[in-house]
Design a protein around this ligand. Structure first.
Ligand code: KIV
Length: 275
């Protein structure tokens, strides 16, 4: 039963995303708060509340300290700010790896408490059983293969994957396992174009690339990276704006105005009502 009225915008669903395999490329970005979600929503098919929030919003060195509570809080904000894009929320490190029951319980909490439409898990082959356990119980799941940021301690950093034959075979195996387990989309991060093309050709789910070439069925980027908030970005990011420069210019101008007592001016002050 749906409470959707005729004037409400229809949300993109997991079957819609799945149906885009081989079709018009999927436009995806990360989002962490309501105002930015509202700006991105009309232009995106999917908004991911990525656990990159730990690094790009909370200033953490990697994604490992991110908690379920943080993801739920940011997921709720993104849901409030968006109305059209599918919203997926990352399951943070140590909330799904111990058992499929642990994963199911935490994924249900994310869906229930945020109202989002799907969860994403970084999916080594050992996570395939967990994906099928959740998918069979009506939890839409996105897999994530290749460079897995939650494995950055074990990997010794954020390292591109699939650069030799053994690593290529491993990433392909991970993608096929996620696909067969029922992931409705698969993020491929940090792999060479040939491998991304091979995975995209072999799996039924649409692939969403980040640092994985245009051979994927869609693309995702970390929004503050592509909007130019930071001096440094990974090699695969293209900057589409200069948010950092604009913020710096705006704050400098504000500081100069305050020091010169030019702000607030007559337009920004309240006047007394005649008594
Ligand atoms: O956490 C995140 O932002 C992600 C994207 C990089 C896909 O997982």
């Amino acid at each position: 039963m749906s409470a959707q009225s005729n004037t409400e915008v229809r949300r993109i669903t997991p079957p819609d995303i799945r149906g885009r395999k081989g079709g018009e490329p999927l436009v995806c970005l990360t989002a962490y708060d309501a105002p930015m979600a509202a700006l991105l929503d009309p232009h995106c098919d999917l908004l991911l509340v990525g656990d990159s929030v730990g690094m790009v919003v909370h200033g953490l060195p990697n994604t490992l300290p991110v908690t379920l509570e943080m993801m739920i809080l940011h997921g709720q904000a993104v849901m409030r700010g968006s109305k059209r894009a599918l919203v997926a929320v990352d399951m943070p490190f140590s909330t799904y790896e111990r058992s499929k029951e642990q994963a199911f319980d935490n994924a249900s909490r994310i869906l229930r408490e945020t109202g989002c439409h799907a969860v994403k898990v970084e999916s080594g082959v050992y996570i395939a059983d967990t994906i099928s356990f959740m998918a069979e119980r009506a939890i839409p799941v996105i897999g994530h293969v290749g460079l897995r940021p939650q494995a950055s301690l074990a990997d010794g950093g954020f390292k591109a994957k699939g650069r030799d034959a053994a690593s290529r075979a491993k990433v392909l195996e991970e993608a096929i396992a996620a696909d067969e387990a029922g992931a409705f989309a698969i993020v491929i991060e940090g792999v060479a174009e040939e491998l991304a093309a091979e995975i995209t050709g072999r799996v039924k789910a649409p692939t969403i690339g980040i640092g994985a070439s245009a051979a994927c069925d869609g693309q995702i980027l970390v929004t503050p990276d592509m909007l130019g908030l930071f001096d440094w970005t990974p090699r695969f990011v293209k900057r589409y704006a200069d948010i950092k420069g604009q913020v710096e210019d705006g704050v400098k101008a504000y500081g100069a105005d305050v020091r010169a007592r030019a702000f607030p001016g007559p337009d920004q002050v309240y006047t007394s009502k005649p008594s």
